[in-house]
Design a protein around this ligand. Structure first.
Ligand code: AGP
Length: 609
């Protein structure tokens, strides 16, 4: 997944492109580049490293002011991060930037090599660029050349394209990768997502796969996959650019954790009426929730862990069996689904390639699908039969925090809705649980966020180690899995999450003197068992830090250190415990001086397989 941007307008394209690439850098940040129109044709600057490095290089290379160009920030898929492999790629006549993967690039490369083309980089993108060059030389018509080119490509792409012989014009075309066109009085944009031009305009159009965008400083035209003009309706962004800024926090990740009370309430309010489940904003007919056999929750990474929390809620409250599946496994396992099952796809970005592919597989099986998505109008949202939008606002940090928490509250309210449909809980019981949740967000969660000293201390202690273990039972085990992912992805400390009862079946052999073990023990049902598990590892030298409620002396008395949460309703505790594990990872990474918002090797939206 990479970030692409194109601009044509009255401002200096270099500034607009650099600014847009900074906003897109969460999508990939191992190399960057841009091409702009100058008096002497197309000028390209590329660099290994961050957008800031490109910005510095551009200052040195004195790019003359230009009103039009394209830019790219890369997460390497084909070929290591390097200046040569950085985008844009192309020839003297045409340059492109690309987000996606061209699966048949080797065959095309052979075809072009036989026709005299040479290649400088290891990328699939350069092959696509030279195929377009070849087609344009034959067709002499840009729209036809683009159509001929993309019709030969297998895989995913969002392209930004400039032709030397058409100054002041940028083309765009996509398939499976995201692409938007931004419309403003100061010029027009294409970009991988709205954050690249949100500070200039909130007005945009969203092309479908195969539609070609042609933009100039004062026009945006769209052509269908066969080349005929298409009318597109402009949409308006739901977010403003302030929401995408750090607002004084040291990192986006910390800001986004501290936004949880607000975004949890915003999400809760959007799917309840007087605290009672109400999904009518996007699901007007309750019959959608009736007669469900098994629920299959499909997602990746943190979203999959939110699915596990959903499993806990739905099985506990509605007694409907739930399978949680990793999307990249589900899509290749020839899944066994029944006609009255429901598939739920959870995705913050709504563009994750594996989750989208799993959804498309299920759509072919005529099974009802529901997506839980944070990005309005994203592909997964548009291709599922129903969608529930979370209201987390833009999540910029690569490590997902507030998105996880709002996904979990959707799962809780969905579980309450299903329990009502199943006739399992009375209205009073449902209201008790949902009101407790609402209260937690206004009291306990603030309490945790404003008393982080124990978390910071525990994190700093743990940061000295290279191997950390998380243990828990039931939903605490699922929280341990999320805690482990968070810690690994931003601090680079190796960690594993284990069902506490499972550790003694092998992995306990890894426990030695001072091995940090984080015991997540917030569920009263398991206090006795968790105390035994804590004693098992401590007797082998482990240093145990427990996450438990303030009054859980049975756990505190056998722990070396504790990070406590208020003793709320059992269905609310996962949210305060989640804030603790997110802060624990944050302060661990901070202690190690990591690049917290943009960890190495990662990107925010994994739109490639
Ligand atoms: C979470 O911290 C990671 N950034 C990653 O696991 C992420 O949750 C996963 O890639 C799924 O992304 P999505 O929610 O946008 O589909």
């Amino acid at each position: 997944m990479c970030g692409i941007i194109g601009y044509c307008g009255i401002n200096n394209a270099e500034d607009i492109i650099i600014s847009g690439l900074h906003a897109l850098e969460y999508r990939g940040y191992d190399s960057a580049g841009m091409t702009v129109f100058t008096q002497n044709g197309l000028k390209t600057i590329k660099t290994k490293g961050r957008v800031a490095d490109l910005e510095n290089k551009a200052k040195i290379m004195f790019l003359e002011p230009s009103g039009c160009g394209i830019g790219h920030t890369r997460w390497a898929t084909h070929g290591k991060p390097s200046e040569t492999n950085a985008h844009p790629h192309g020839t003297e006549s045409v340059m492109i930037v690309h987000n996606g993967i061209i699966e048949n690039y080797n065959e095309i490369k052979k075809f072009l090599s036989e026709r005299g083309y040479g290649f400088l980089s290891e990328t699939d993108t350069e092959v696509a660029a030279k195929l377009l060059d070849y087609e344009y030389k034959n067709e002499k018509d840009k729209i036809k050349a683009i159509i001929n080119t993309v019709n030969q490509l297998k895989g995913s792409y969002a392209f930004g394209i400039v032709f030397k012989d058409e100054p002041g014009t940028v083309y765009g075309v996509k398939k499976d990768s995201p692409l938007l066109a931004g419309l403003s009085g100061q010029g027009n944009f294409i970009a991988s997502d709205i954050s690249a031009f949100l500070k200039y305009t909130g007005d945009y159009i969203r092309p479908e796969d195969g539609e070609i965008i042609r933009l100039t400083s004062d026009s945006v035209s769209v052509y269908g996959p066969e080349g005929s003009p298409v009318e597109k309706k402009a949409e308006k962004a739901l977010w403003n650019s302030a929401a995408a800024e750090k607002s004084g926090f040291r990192h986006f990740m910390l800001k986004e954790i501290f936004e949880e009370p607000k975004v949890l309430n915003d999400t809760f309010d959007s799917i309840t009426k007087d605290s009672y489940p109400d999904f009518s904003e996007t699901i007007p007919d309750d019959s959608f929730f009736e007669g469900i056999g098994t629920i299959h929750i499909i997602a990746c990474g943190t979203a999959m862990h939110a699915g596990l929390i959903g499993k806990h809620y739905i099985e506990k409250l509605a007694r409907i069996p739930v399978n949680v599946e990793i999307a990249s496994e589900f899509r290749y396992k020839d899944p066994i689904l029944s006609k009255n099952d429901m598939v739920i796809v959870i995705s913050q970005s709504g563009e994750t390639a594996d989750s989208l592919a799993a959804l498309r597989l299920v759509n072919k099986m005529n099974i009802k699908t529901l997506s839980v998505v944070n990005t309005y109008g994203s592909t997964i949202a548009r291709e599922s039969s129903h969608v529930i939008y979370t209201k987390a606002g833009p999540e910029i940090a690569v490590a997902s925090t507030k998105a996880f928490s709002v996904q979990a509250v959707v799962m809780l309210i969905l579980a309450l809705k299903l329990s009502e449909i199943q006739g399992r809980l009375t209205k009073e019981e449902i209201l008790k649980i949902s009101s407790s949740f609402k209260n937690m967000t206004k009291t306990s969660l603030h309490n945790v966020l404003c008393n982080t000293q124990n978390i910071e201390r525990a994190a700093a202690t743990t940061a000295k180690h290279q191997d950390v273990f998380f243990i828990g039972r039931g939903y605490d085990n699922y929280l341990g899995m999320e805690a482990s992912l968070k810690l690994k992805e931003i601090s680079y400390i190796h960690s594993e999450a284990y069902a506490a009862g499972e550790l003694k079946h092998g992995t306990i052999s890894l426990i030695e003197e001072n091995t940090p073990v984080i015991a997540i023990a917030t569920n009263k049902d398991f206090y006795e068992k968790m105390r035994s598990n804590i004693e098992e590892v401590r007797s082998r030298g482990a240093y145990v830090i427990s996450i438990c409620t303030e009054n859980a002396d049975i756990i505190k008395n056998v722990s070396d250190a504790v990070m406590t949460i208020p003793d709320d309703d059992e269905f609310s505790k996962p949210f305060t415990a989640a804030a603790v594990i997110q802060l624990f990872a944050y302060y661990g990474a901070l202690a190690l001086g990591r690049d917290i918002d943009k960890p190495r090797n990662l990107a925010k939206s994994v739109t490639v397989e």
